[in-house]
Ligand binder design. Structure first.
Ligand code: BTN
Length: 275
């Protein structure tokens, strides 16, 4: 396989068959975090669709203040978006990113990547990708949104604590992944899905595809409640606002819009919490 480094400097620039996603590329062999760099570029006025990518991150950031293990072999990329819609709609970008990355992984590797709501990607019940979306907004107006994708593409080893829960495309598929083609595919899928989303500013036209890949669907999930407790319910799928619809034990439906929903059989309860 050709190195990511040479490819990104040259080939990827030619490759994205897109109108705006990744038309401007900033590539680093190593950086602290592509999301942090993307934010700085956004503050400097870079255009909608600017891509920041790196071979390695020294301080990769995950959701809920966690770190993202970012050794060589993974894909670390952030897109700068300048949406012209209200901030309340921006949380759906996370779902669009997850859908796009899942489609791109499936297309490039043939692996059965599924989505754990809202934006984790799993193969064989192990996490292979995560998305971190960050927004700068004021007075009801979005300045920019950064959508960061971390994909364990050719990652060979994981630290002890991650080993049971995480995997890579290479480990699951048994062969090396062409990361440039994967990045190009993520850009193309994201641009297409984003443009569809902006037609209605809802998930109605993407809901079917998203729910088709949703591993929560039909499974028992644990919904976070006050005081570190969880309530069990059955997940049905997302609605047009991107919320997860669950059926509670008493038969009532609830739309969950935030929080870390756990999937029984995949996730374990955080230490100190109760059912
Ligand atoms: C998660 O916790 O699941 C989200 C992980 C997001 C990681 C990506 S890697 C590229 C971008 N830069 C970062 O620092 N984080 C995101």
């Amino acid at each position: 396989m050709r190195g990511f480094r040479e490819d990104l400097a040259g080939e990827l620039k030619e490759k994205p068959d897109t109108a705006w996603a990744g038309q401007e590329i900033f590539y680093y062999e190593e950086i602290d975090s592509t999301n942090v760099r993307a934010r700085a570029l956004a503050e400097e006025g870079c255009p909608h669709g600017t891509l920041v990518a790196a071979d390695v991150q020294s301080r990769g950031r995950g959701r809920w203040g966690r770190t993202w293990h970012s050794p060589a072999g993974g894909v670390y990329m952030s897109l700068v978006l300048r949406p012209d819609f209200p901030p309340i709609k921006a949380r759906m970008l996370t779902l669009i990113a997850a859908l796009s990355a899942a489609e791109a992984i499936r297309e490039c590797t043939g692996l059965d990547a599924g989505i754990k709501w809202p934006n984790d990607l799993l193969i064989n019940e192990k996490k292979v990708s995560g998305i971190l979306t960050e927004m700068a907004a004021s007075a009801g107006h979005i300045g920019y949104v950064i959508v960061g994708f971390g994909i364990n593409a050719n990652t060979d080893a994981f630290p002890k604590g991650l080993k049971i829960k995480a995997s890579s495309l290479k480990k699951e598929g048994g062969c090396q992944v062409d990361v440039c083609s994967l990045i190009a595919a993520v850009l193309k899928c994201f641009e297409k899905n984003y443009d569809i989303f902006t037609e209605t500013l809802g998930m109605e036209k993407l809901q079917g595809k998203y729910n088709g890949l949703l591993i929560n669907k039909g499974r028992t999930v644990k919904i976070p409640r006050d005081g570190g407790t969880y309530e069990e319910a059955c997940a049905a799928g997302i609605n047009r606002d991107g919320e997860l619809i669950v059926r509670r034990a008493d038969g009532t439906l609830e739309a969950v819009y935030a929080g870390e929903v756990l999937v029984c059989g995949i996730d374990s309860l955080p230490p100190g919490s109760e059912k």
